[in-house]
Ligand binder design. Structure first.
Ligand code: BF8
Ligand code: SF4
Length: 630
């Protein structure tokens, strides 16, 4: 293994502790302090038994008061809360996808946004039955963008992307009445169902939760991923680095944070502009370093190799380095804490989206039409701010790992197909991957996704689970903050193959891949869905028969619940390390873990003991293998 060593969670924590010392000097608040003020959490909220959807309440369920004023019981209240939570997540991902469609609609050969992957656009157009012959690629882009936008509000029919699924899954969805209709309709219907005096039956609320989730994963998120690839390029394997050590004390540091790549792509473009670099040098910096936090980071690392400064619970740390000239955010997962925190330093906290406006920020509204001009303005603002740094506050932890990222579905198929075939068509097939699984060289796969949450020691669950799974010859595909936890630890360094069981190690060597594959941001979990759908079709198996499970051990957001619902809905057992506020209803717990199996052949397992969660996943994978006789 040479000098390769994983970075431990203890080392992450020591680096954070050192940064918090700087924070204390300047009177900064931190999530670590706020958690103390917020615990113990409200028990009613934790169990999901508080209702405030009408002004006769709020009503809280106790043994003495088993029903709200309207007569709704704990099961109805927990169920409505769960569906509302899902609707929030589905709306968020899907609106991100919508923005990408609008960006595609505005793409022009001489504009800020271009079509970088015309072949993918043509493939999708053919999939959708759109004539491509002799058509200008930008005309096709605009036509496809319009068709995609129609998926959000079409009056009849189901999501187009469903045709990617095996027929068996499509039939299950039709039979269970959970096939997703228009994306916005599933969100609106969810909010209609949860209005006072509508649904209070757990079965119906869970059914719609799955349906709204499917409208996200097989609708809005898939639009987000697929058309981002068309605009910005389909990721291919690329080298990068991860953790705070990617920031450079001698350079102007711009940190991009959020989710929508439309902004961050432009920032990267202008930070690379020789004119801007010369300007930075004229002000005493050696250059410009762009790094990322959260899913925006995943987007630009997958396509450009932009280094990852950290994940969700590390967002305050980038400011605490004292070396961040600007933290530029678009939408989602942005701590409102960044405003006041940035005021303790020289950092500019720049908000750019009408969707995510925050106090104590410089608001520079960013739109497709003004993208180039605004990106330039933001980069210049960061450079100008370099001279305001307080050198005595600068400390960048000397901590980073190498990572190979960029494993889109297309890239995974290509590298794995390359193991056995030297002559492959553009996309290759999943057959070699299936052979690895059926022969037992790989026992199976886990899709590790989701956030950090102070309820779980940050990153520890992601990293411990991945280490144990790869040692058991289970390959990991990962997205979101889970991917960044892996990269920070070193699990995306190809040398991490030495931590694998003999089978996975051999696959890593032959395919020249790390054992943990970065598939992108959270909307890119749609890539994972297409991967399992393709595996099922290529093998003739049902998705639910594949030795594959999903896991979100440290999840926190509404989006994560929407994701969980579409992963389960697609037929993949899903393991959560944090309870989704349903412990107050035995009926909701039943429908989510068992009842749903009758519709989609998969369900949830919630287990807060991470060792047990890991064993449960391995057991499930082995059960599926045994059932197949492999
Ligand atoms: O969408 S994993 S903390 S950054 S919600 Fe947010 Fe969770 Fe991170 Fe990306 Ni996903
Ligand atoms: Fe209370 Fe029913 Fe109103 Fe909810 S809907 S706040 S349970 S009265």
């Amino acid at each position: 293994m040479g000098d390769f060593k994983l970075t431990t969670v203890e080392e992450f924590e020591a680096a954070t502790a050192r940064l918090l010392e700087t924070g204390a000097k300047v009177g900064a608040d931190s999530w670590q302090l706020r958690v103390k003020n917020q615990t113990p959490h409200c028990k009613f909220g934790e169990q999901g038994v508080c209702c405030r959807i009408c002004s006769m309440g709020p009503c809280r369920i106790t043994p003495k008061a088993p029903r709200g004023i309207c007569g709704c019981d704990a099961h109805g209240i927990v169920g409505r809360n769960y569906l509302k939570f899902t609707a929030g997540g589905a709306a968020t991902h899907s609106d991100h996808g919508r923005e990408i469609c609008h960006t595609l609609h505005a793409a022009a050969p001489d504009g800020a946004y271009k079509v970088k992957d015309p072949a993918k656009l043509i493939r999708i157009a053919q999939e959708w039955g759109v004539e491509t012959e002799g058509k200008d690629i930008y005309d096709l882009a605009h036509e496809m963008a319009e068709l995609a936008l129609m998926e959000y509000g079409k009056p009849f029919g189901y999501q187009r992307w469903m045709s990617r699924l095996p027929e068996h899954t499509q039939k299950l969805w039709m039979d269970a009445e959970i096939a997703p209709r228009a994306i916005d309709r599933e969100v609106a219907s969810s909010l209609h169902m949860t209005h006072m005096g509508c649904s209070s039956k757990p079965e119906a609320l869970v059914r719609q939760s799955i349906r709204a989730g499917l409208g996200d994963g097989w609708g809005g998120s898939m639009c987000g991923t697929e058309f981002s690839d068309v605009l910005f390029g389909t990721p291919t394997p690329i080298e990068t680095e991860a953790n705070l050590g990617v920031m450079n004390a001698e350079n102007v540091n711009i940190v991009v944070h959020g989710h929508d790549p439309s902004l961050s792509e432009m920032i990267c473009e202008y930070a690379d502009d020789p004119e801007m670099i010369a300007y930075a040098k004229s002000l005493g910096a050696k250059g410009i370093t762009v790094s990322g936090v959260c899913c925006t980071s995943n987007e630009v690392t997958m396509r450009r190799g932009i280094p990852m400064a950290g994940n969700f619970l590390q967002q305050e740390n980038v400011v605490l380095t004292g070396a961040c000239e600007a933290i530029v955010v678009d939408v989602q997962c942005i701590f409102p804490a960044l405003g006041p925190l940035s005021k303790c330093f020289h950092t500019k906290f720049i908000t750019t989206s009408p969707i995510a406006q925050q106090p104590d920020s410089d608001y520079i509204p960013f739109s497709v039409g003004t993208a180039a001009e605004k990106a330039k303005e933001i980069v210049k603002m960061a450079i100008d701010n370099f001279q305001n740094r307080k050198p005595e506050l600068v400390h960048i932890p000397d901590m980073k790992q190498k990572a190979t990222v960029g494993y889109s579905l297309e890239a995974i198929v290509k590298v794995l197909d390359g193991v056995t075939n030297s002559q492959v068509d553009v996309l290759g097939t999943t057959k070699p991957l299936l052979e690895c699984v059926t022969s037992g060289v790989l026992r199976g796969a886990v899709a590790m996704v989701g956030c950090n949450n102070p309820k779980v020691r940050p990153d520890s669950a992601h990293i411990d689970l991945m280490k144990k799974l790869i040692a058991n010859d289970i390959i990991i595909v990962t997205t979101g903050c889970s991917a960044q936890a892996a990269a920070k630890a070193g699990l995306m360094d190809k040398r991490a193959k030495d931590l694998c069981g003999a089978g996975l190690k051999r696959v890593c060597e032959l395919a020249d891949i790390p054992p943990v594959l970065h598939m992108g941001s959270c909307v890119d979990i749609s890539r994972m869905m297409v991967l399992v759908a393709t595996l099922a079709k290529d093998s003739g198996l049902k998705i639910s028969q594949l030795p594959v499970v999903g896991c979100a051990p440290e999840w926190m957001s509404e989006k994560a619940v929407s994701i969980g619902n579409y992963v389960v809905g697609t037929g993949i057992d899903t393991f959560l390390g944090v309870d989704p506020y349903v412990s107050g209803s035995s009926e909701m717990a039943y429908w989510l873990t068992e009842g749903v199996r009758d519709w989609v052949e998969a369900g949830y397992t919630v287990e807060t003991d991470i060792d047990k969660l890991c064993d449960a996943m391995i057991d499930r994978i082995e059960e599926k293998r045994a059932a197949l006789g492999i």
